[in-house]
Design a protein around this ligand. Structure first.
Ligand SMILES: Nc1ncnc2c1ncn2[C@@H]1O[C@H](COP(=O)(O)OP(=O)(O)OP(=O)(O)O)[C@@H](O)[C@H]1O
Ligand SMILES: CCCC(=O)O
Length: 359
């Protein structure tokens, strides 16, 4: 079974259109699989929770095919979903957390399934289940919560898992701890999160579902009066408007695709709008990085650009041109969510960090 057997961990990241899962022996990835779910398959499920058995069976089948015995795991870690606002870190999944996710009071999100699948497997196998830096990590300071209207409070929903993992990695490369540095991290995926990290805390962030730059499928911040007018125009239902803001906005609304590579191809072939949108995306992200640098009073050790779009030389160069006067820019393309889940669980198993209790 090898030297790492004592820390074999199953990690599970349910996404909107895929389930990614992996087996780690210590830090070493032994097996990884991504199963894509077509819109056709998913349309049979009304709620995210209805997909529970479907996704769980698929994971168990895949492990069986690889001859990986469930009994060899020492822990399961799932991506944490839309929970109540929480400090970052690794949490032990408990019944309260599972109940909150089943209620989905903060909304439906595929990541809501991560903790529940992990918990049920953990219970069956008699091992702990964890979540790490869920999307609802909220380390915002009071001053960041003011929206400008007492009825509305700014909230923190972001790609905390990848942002914190990448920040830890870059800090380590600098010979420092995450808790000793100040970074602005821009996660550019299907959604976009830009956050100032001050000595290990994410003290502000554009809520990736409703503020900041637009993204492949989200609108980001919109002109408020025009938005209100559109909501009351009678043209769209509540559900249609919500869909526009969170899954059918951004590049998709203008061009019918969320694939940045396709948009780049269109621009290369002379599509003027595609070209302008790529400029606008980089422009808005750079502007947000500037704002978050002001939050850190200019004391920024590194700006980090990560997520799938960080593979795009065009977007990265455009952003860098505008923000390199602030601090050195580090590019970490892609996301490391599976590894981050494994490392978060490992820190606890090795006693380097205490698992937080969810109450
Ligand atoms: N090599 C590449 N060059 C340019 N863009 C890329 C490349 N690879 C992926 N992308 C773009 O990155 C985006 C997806 O990023 P990513 O995979 O991080 O998102 P996700 O995991 O679906 O969502 P999220 O990060 O919001 O949770 C898509 O627009 C995709 O086209
Ligand atoms: C809600 C934050 C993560 C995402 O945008 O999917």
């Amino acid at each position: 079974m090898g030297e790492y057997q004592q820390y074999r961990i199953l990690v599970i990241n349910p996404g909107a259109t895929s389930t990614k899962f992996a087996v780690y022996d210590g830090e070493k990835q032994r097996f990884k699989k991504t199963v894509e779910h077509s819109a056709q398959e998913l349309k049979n499920f009304n709620r995210v929770f209805d997909q529970y058995q479907y996704r769980l069976t698929m994971i168990i089948e895949a492990l069986r095919k690889e001859d990986i015995e469930l009994t060899t795991f020492k822990a399961v870690a799932g991506r944490g979903g839309l929970l109540k606002p929480l400090a970052g870190g690794t949490y032990l999944v408990n019944e309260q957390m599972v109940a909150d996710l089943k209620k989905a009071e903060r909304g439906e999100h595929a990541s809501n399934l991560g903790a529940v699948i992990a918990y049920d497997l953990g219970q069956q196998l008699g091992i702990p289940a964890f979540i790490v830096d869920p999307v609802s990590v909220d380390e915002m300071e009071p001053v960041a919560r003011i929206s400008g209207l007492p009825d509305l409070e700014r909230t923190s929903l972001s790609h905390a898992l990848n942002m914190k993992a990448v920040a830890r990695k870059v800090a380590k490369e600098m010979g420092k701890k995450y808790e000793e540095v100040n970074f602005v991290v821009a996660h550019l995926g299907t959604g976009v999160s830009v956050a100032p990290h001050r000595q290990g805390r994410m003290i502000d962030v554009n809520n990736a579902k409703e503020e900041g730059p637009f993204s492949p499928d989200r609108c980001g911040g919109l002109p408020a009066s025009q938005l209100v007018k559109l909501c009351y125009s009678g043209k769209y239902t509540y559900e249609e408007m919500r869909e526009k803001l969170t899954s059918k906005g951004g590049l998709y609304a203008y061009l019918g695709t969320t694939d940045l590579r396709e948009v780049e191809k269109m621009a290369d072939q002379g599509h003027e709008l595609a070209n302008l949108l790529l400029d606008a995306l980089a422009y808005q992200v750079a502007k947000e990085i500037g704002a978050m640098s002001a939050v850190l009073e200019g004391d920024v050790d590194r700006i980090i650009i990560t997520g799938g779009i960080a593979h795009s030389t065009r977007i990265v160069n455009d952003i860098m041109r505008r923000v390199k006067f602030i601090a050195p820019v580090v590019v970490v393309p892609g996301e490391e969510e599976l590894e981050s889940l494994a490392l978060g669980a490992l820190r606890v198993l090795r006693g380097e960090e205490e698992a937080k209790e969810y109450v």
